[in-house]
Design a protein around this ligand. Sequence first.
Ligand SMILES: [Zn+2]
Length: 114
Amino acid sequence: MHEMVVAQSLLVTISDEAAKHKAKPIGAKISCGRLNPVNDEALCFAFEAIAKGTPCEGVKLKVEHKPIQARCKNCGQGFDIELSCPRCSKCGSENFELLPDVPLMLEEIELQTD
Ligand SMILES: [Zn+2]
């Protein structure tokens, strides 16, 4: 239950941030790399379940999956990997190294202000 652990830590962070601003959280944007084994639906479901009865109840999670990055060993170009056609965007070489996947990150918290 990886998603439950992630949801739990998101809940804590969002609650803290909302309390700091004395506002009600209404949404949050999360980004993670494509290789990160987080299932959006499972994460949203887990979050909804544990947010019940907390100030985070009703918060909508948006998960953005970042493309996998690579660097060309031929020309040094950094580029996003197209899984259908993995080659350098500049010189077309297939000699590249994969860069570390983007970790799961909370990018933005939407707070209701009035
Ligand atoms: Zn290249």
